[in-house]
Design a protein around this ligand. Structure first.
Ligand code: UDP
Length: 392
């Protein structure tokens, strides 16, 4: 069907190009700002770019400038606009104000038919609000995730709910996420269950991976634990508890690698407890393919990340998630994710338990089968077709 629609467009396009009144059928603006948005939108961007009848511009807010540019470059993507909003220790309100005011002229002058945002960040939320201020319809990729508490993850749960109130097209990764949206009164015809585009990215990165064991020598007979922690609600006490647990686990012979987020607070806190700790290596943030390699190599992942829960499930890896709740209950049902409170003895005990008796896991398509972008494109092409019918 998609092939057929594409074919029709390629036949019609030369005629449309000669008609100045018409131009492209669907002009899209993709707005992103952080590493997970860049990773999860990259496969969709690549697919949209190849589709006749669509034009696409990419706006990076720069919320996490280098962290977002790295995976974009890995996939061969350069943003058209960079809002350069990053500034150390700025408040969420300062960040939001900058994104809104710098995005507005782009939306005003761009004549876009639709904006696309992903996930739950301040960039995604302000992107959706700025688009709505210019009456540009918003599509939300990774819609419908709910933890049930606006306090956790904060402010992401609030962001997701706000975007759901604005968007008119909701791409839900799972049937559960779609059910959450319907329960909030969003009409079924506006919701499409597509899988998560993050799994498209993961499968693409994995197929281009060399042998990660070449750049991370495994210590023989030792278990490898991969760690990330960056959520706002875990900074301070949560991170301190995790670091003390890691010290103890390194001391009993486990090999721990911790690519620490570049936030000065996280770096300072992690290094003050872990510098010189036996068995523990704090690394720079890893490039996306290297991080995928580390996940593939690890015996256990300890994290508070959202996306890593999906990736662990897809790779068949166990993940201990240092949080009270998750907006991805499917990962728990799949047996990959186990929650633990941010307390050093509880973390250490759960790590030892999961290493001693690893859950029987195999790679699962709970969050996607690698074809989410293709499904999203199909929906957008239908919209383009409707636009074409209007101008014809
Ligand atoms: N990631 C990465 N390098 C790292 C750590 C994580 O490329 O050093 C990737 C990881 O594979 C996942 C994404 O970053 O796709 C997760 O981002 P993050 O944990 O910052 O955000 P969240 O998923 O919690 O929104």
């Amino acid at each position: 069907m998609v092939i057929l629609v594409n074919r029709i467009f390629s036949l019609l396009l030369p005629a449309l190009r000669n008609a100045p009144r018409w131009g492209p059928i669907l002009r899209l603006l993709v707005i992103l700002g952080t590493r997970p948005e860049a990773i999860k939108l990259a496969p969709l961007i690549l697919r949209l770019r190849r589709s006749p009848g669509l034009t696409l511009q990419i706006c990076s807010t720069g919320q996490h400038r280098e962290l977002a540019l790295e995976p974009l470059r890995f996939f061969g993507i350069e943003p058209d606009f960079d809002l350069e909003v990053m500034q150390a220790d700025q408040s969420l309100s300062d960040l939001s104000a900058k994104i809104l005011t710098r995005l507005d002229p782009i939306l005003r002058d761009g004549d876009f038919d639709r904006a696309i945002v992903q996930g739950d960040t301040t960039s995604a939320t302000c992107g959706a609000i700025a688009a709505a201020h210019r009456a540009v319809p918003v599509a939300h990729v990774e819609a419908g995730l709910r933890s049930g508490s606006v306090a956790s993850p904060w402010p992401e749960e609030m962001n997701r709910q706000l975007i759901s109130r604005i968007a008119d097209l909701h791409f839900a990764p799972t049937p559960g996420a779609a059910a959450n949206l319907r329960a909030e009164g969003i009409p079924s015809k506006a919701i499409h269950v597509t899988g998560n585009t993050g799994i498209d990215a993961l499968l693409a990165a994995r197929s281009r991976l060399g042998n990660p064991a070449l750049w991370l020598p495994r210590a023989l007979g030792r278990k490898l634990i991969l760690v990330t922690m960056h959520r706002r609600e875990n900074l301070g006490r949560g991170l301190t508890e995790l670091c003390w647990a890691l010290r103890g686990l390194g001391a009993i012979g486990h090999q721990i690698v911790f690519p620490a987020h570049p936030s000065p607070t996280i770096q300072r806190q992690a290094r003050s407890i872990l510098a010189g700790a036996p068995g523990v290596r704090i690394l720079e943030p890893q490039s996306y393919p290297r991080f995928v390699g580390l996940m593939a190599l690890s015996d256990l992942i300890v994290t508070d990340s959202g996306g890593v829960q999906e990736e662990a499930t897809a790779l068949g890896k166990a993940a201990l998630v240092v949080r009270d709740a998750t907006e991805r209950p499917e990962a728990i049902e799949a047996g990959a994710v186990h929650l633990v409170c941010a307390e050093r003895h509880a973390i250490a005990a759960q790590v030892k338990r999961l290493l001693a008796t690893p859950p029987p896991l195999t790679p699962a398509d709970t969050f996607g089968d690698g074809r989410a972008s293709k499904r999203i494109l199909r929906v957008l092409m239908q919209e383009a077709q409707t636009n074409l019918a209007k101008v014809a």
